[in-house]
Design a protein around this ligand. Structure first.
Ligand code: FAD
Length: 493
């Protein structure tokens, strides 16, 4: 019998598995695909390595989730901090989101002609700093039991009281009205929020908006792509005695006397004292009967939608050094079937030979799309639509990056919500997590600890939400709860 079975090897599941195995527990990781990583996985074509989804790493400072994970597991990925965390291409110009705060404020003030930029960004950076400090020091969030509430009531938390209104008021209520009336400023903020909080200026709480808006101050490029970090975490897991089984898609979780019985589509059955599910809440309810199934179905119904992604990967022959690996490009023409008016473009660094040979770069483009636009009855319609969007996106890329107009593109491959659903099994191909919203706030988002004995949930559809640092924070919190006998009892309830 295993101590814990982890279902899914996305960053949330993989980190949970490595942390628990590192603490001496007997852990089995079940993955339906043949590779680790989920939405941050990869594929290879020829000499090239492509990320399927996530490309940007943040939260790496020692007191933030990735830094904390690397330290605990004693792993040292090869990362490069970007001095320009992100380049925003808009209105025919380039706006550098410098990592250094003062340099960014000065650049932004020049670009938008706003005198009050320092006040706005000082507040955003301060809120972000405090929010990280608060979540890293309190793992009873969102409080779901008296023990959680008791763990939050301490003198050292008083200084975070200012974060409470920030969690329940929108970004626009914190910004000067004059600023918001500037069309290009409003558009800049809207597109930045869409790729971070997945929501609009009016409906994103200031707290999570600040965390999203400040992220280019801490953007890291992982050599060898997201794969390289997942590989290190997995290696540590195996070294600590963990077991991973691929092509094991879980389809049933049942309660039994000493824990849980886990069954897979290919007929395997495993027994465990505890479970950590890394699959989205939308997928979980149907795997369990009774009260447990109802609990997850109810959560899934409340958070009933999310965005899909359209992606394109290809390689180009070019040696060009770029100011940043990451670009947010405001599109000149609306890309069909896209939500928002921007695309996110990632270039591999010229000296990253794990991703591309010398003289070549990989390019990844992604944008938000509505999943229902891809749920077509007729496969030929679907193919035509996919080809059409691919063509439009590539035209936009050529217009926006004329420096590559002579470079041939090879291995051009695009993905839709259906592609994500096929490879990650995520319901309807919803990715990127639950949008941060005032209507459905962080307080409502399912906590990592469920009401069921030794049953935890981790990933971008549960607290604290979307993105790799967030799902890793979920894993760190679960690890602390399981380990912290002084507050939460023993490793097993
Ligand atoms: C296009 C795109 C770009 C993004 N860019 C960034 C970025 O730059 N930076 C960033 O931080 N975040 C980014 N994100 C978000 C980030 O990738 C995700 O939030 C994060 O990777 C989700 O991790 P997760 O642990 O929730 O699990 P997932 O990645 O969803 O993994 C779940 C795993 O469970 C497996 N699984 C599913 N069902 C079963 C089953 N029944 N049995 C067994 N296994 C199962 C899946 O195969 C998968 O491996 C991006 C996402 C997308 C789609």
């Amino acid at each position: 019998m295993y101590d814990y079975i982890i279902i899914g090897s996305g960053y949330g599941g993989l980190s949970s598995a490595a942390l628990l195995a590192n603490s001496g527990l007997k852990v089995l990781l079940l993955e339906s695909h043949s590779l680790i990583g989920g939405c941050a996985s990869y594929y290879k074509r020829g000499d090239f390595l492509f990320d399927v989804g996530a490309t940007t790493l943040s939260g790496v400072a020692e007191n933030r989730p990735m830094g904390h994970l690397f330290k605990t597991l004693d792993i040292k990925p090869k990362l490069k901090k970007m001095d320009v965390g992100l380049v925003v291409k808009m209105d025919g110009k380039e706006l550098y989101r410098y990592a250094e705060k003062d340099k960014w404020i000065e650049t932004s003030a020049d670009f938008f002609g706003n005198k009050s930029e320092n006040k706005v960004w000082d507040k955003i950076y301060k809120t972000e700093e405090m929010a990280w400090e608060f979540v890293m020091n309190n793992y009873g969030l969102p409080p779901s039991s008296l023990i959680d509430i008791a763990s939050l009531i301490k003198a050292s938390n008083l200084k975070y009281a200012g974060l409470v209104p920030a969690a329940f008021n929108s970004l626009d209520s914190y910004l000067p009205k004059l600023l918001l009336r500037k069309e290009n400023y409003y558009r800049f903020l809207s597109e930045q929020l869409l790729i971070t909080s997945q929501n609009s200026i009016k409906d994103t709480p200031y707290l999570t908006a600040a965390m999203g808006l400040a992220y280019p101050s801490e953007t890291y490029y992982p050599y060898g792509g997201m794969k390289s970090i997942a590989d290190l975490i997995n290696k540590k897991f195996i070294q600590c005695g963990g077991e991973i089984k691929f092509k094991n898609r879980v389809n049933k979780i049942e309660i039994e006397k000493e824990g849980y019985k886990i069954s897979t589509v290919n007929g395997n059955v495993y027994h465990t004292k505890g479970v950590i599910s890394n699959i989205p809440i939308w997928n979980l309810g149907i795997m369990m009967d009774g009260r447990e199934g109802e609990y997850f179905k109810k959560k899934a119904k409340f958070f009933d939608s999310a965005w899909g992604a359209f992606t394109i990967n290809f390689a180009i022959e070019s040696n060009l050094a770029m100011p940043s690996a990451y670009y947010q490009v405001h599109t000149r023409t609306k890309i069909p079937y896209s939500h928002g008016n921007s695309m996110f473009v990632t270039f591999s660094e010229p000296d990253d030979f794990e991703r591309a040979p010398k003289g070549w770069k990989t390019v990844s483009i992604s944008l938000h799309t509505d999943v229902s636009d891809w749920e077509l009855e007729d496969y030929e319609d679907y193919d035509r639509r996919k080809e059409f969007v691919t063509k439009k996106l590539l035209e936009e890329f050529d217009n926006q990056f004329p420096e590559f107009s002579d470079s041939a593109k090879v291995y051009v491959l695009s993905g839709t919500p259906n592609t994500f659903e096929f490879y990650t099994k995520r319901y309807r191909g919803y990715v990127g997590g639950i949008p941060h919203s005032l209507k459905k706030s962080l307080i409502n988002i399912p906590p990592n600890k469920t009401p069921f004995k030794n049953f935890y949930i981790v990933g971008d559809t549960v607290f604290p939400g979307q993105g790799i640092p967030a799902v890793v924070l979920g894993a760190l919190n679960i690890h602390k709860k399981i380990n912290d006998s002084s507050i939460y009892g023993t490793k097993f309830e």
